[in-house]
Design a protein around this ligand. Sequence first.
Ligand SMILES: *Cc1c(COP(=O)(O)O)cnc(C)c1O
Length: 411
Amino acid sequence: MKEQLDFNAFRGADLPDEKGFFGEYGGRFVPPPLEPIMKEIEDAYEDIKKDPSFIEELLYLQKHYTGRPSPLFYAENLSKSLGGAQIYLKREDLNHTGAHKINHCLGEALLAKKMGKKKLIAETGAGQHGVALATAAALVGLECDIYMGEVDIYKEHPNVVRMKILGANVVPVTHGLKTLKEAVDSAFEAYVGDPVNQFYAIGSVVGPHPFPMMVRDFQSIVGVEAREQFLEMTGKLPDNLMACVGGGSNAMGLFSAFLNDESVTMYGVEPAGTSFKTGDHAATLTLGKPGMIHGFKCYVLQDENGEPAPVNTIASGLDYPGVGPQHSYFKDIEKVKYETINDKEAIDAFMQLSRLEGIIPALESSHAVAYAIKLAPTLSKDETILVNLSGRGDKDIDYIVEKYGDGLGIK
Ligand SMILES: *Cc1c(COP(=O)(O)O)cnc(C)c1O
C-alpha cells in the first residue's frame, strides 16, 4: 500500500470551500487576534500536505511507530451468533496508544514542528486526547501542556500518570465545574496568550477552519486502508459502514474513502446515554439544532437559553455538545444516517464482543458495535457491515467492574 496519503483524493465533493464551510456549517469564528494565526496554520497545512518529505515522514511513522496498516478482522463468531449480515472490524484499537487518535496527533505534531512551534497544547476530558498528544510531543520533541479539570484529574488518574511519564505538563483547571468545558476555556485562554510559540492541537474534526478538514485528512488513512483491505478480503465493497460519533473524527476517517461509492450506506452512531432528556445524552445530530460552539457552526445540543447543554454518556470520549461540521452537513443532505445507542446497549455490546471474539472494545467503539448488533439480524447473510473499532477497552475495565460488575457476574 503506497500513496495512501493523497489528501486530495478523498475530500468528498471538494469540501470544505475556501472559507472552511461544509454547506452552512464550519467556518472560522475566532477573536480578531487569532485570525492571522489560524490563517498561518491553514497556509502551512496547504503547503505541507503537498510536500513529499512531510508525507514520507508521516507514512514512515504510521508504519513503524503506530503499526499501520491496522488489520481488518472478520468477526465470524459474532456474525454467526446474530444470524444476519457479516460483520468486519477495522482494528484501530491495535494502534500504538490504543485508539485512532494517534493518527491525527502525529500529523498535528509534525505540522507544529515544521511551523517552528515550541509547545503543543490541548485540553482533555477523560485523558485520551491528552495521552495521544503527549505521546506525539515526546516523539517529535515538543513541549506539551495538557489542560484538565480537577475533577477529571481525580477520576482519570492512570491517564494523568501516563501523560506525566511521557513528559507532558498537566495543568489543573480549578474554576467552575472543573471538567472538560472549563478545560477548553483555560486551554483557549492560554493559547491566546502566546499563539506564536504554541500550537493548539484540536482532538477531533471540530473547531475553526482548518481543523475539521485537517483532522479528517489525517484520519482518512483509516478509510483508505479499510476500503482496500475489504476489497482484497471479500472482492466487494462493504454494504454498510458504522462508526461512533463524538466530535466525529474516526467516523470521518472511515467514511472519507467511500464518499463516491453510491452502494455503501454509512451510519454514524451517537450516544443516547440514559435517556433522551436534555442532560442525559450526547446525541448532538439526533437532538441538537444548528448553532455555534468553539469557533465554528454545527449542530449543538442547547439548553433553553441557547447555551451548550450539559451532556452525559458512559463513553467519555463521546461527551461533546457539538459535532463536526461535515457531519452536520451530511445529516442535512442525508449522505449519512445518524442513529443512537444508549449506555445499556453499549455495555451489552462491550461484553458480547469481549466474550465472542476476545476483543475488549472501548466504550466509545461499543456504540458502533451495538448498532451493528442491532442491524445485522435485519439484513441477509450475504450483506456486510464494516465497523470502525476506534479503540481498545482497557481504559474502561475498572469502571465497568465497579459500576456493573455485580450484574455482569465479573466482580
Ligand atoms: C475520543 C474517542 C472517540 C470519539 O472521538 P471522534 O472524534 O468522534 O472519533 C471514539 N473512540 C475512541 C476510542 C476515542 O478515544
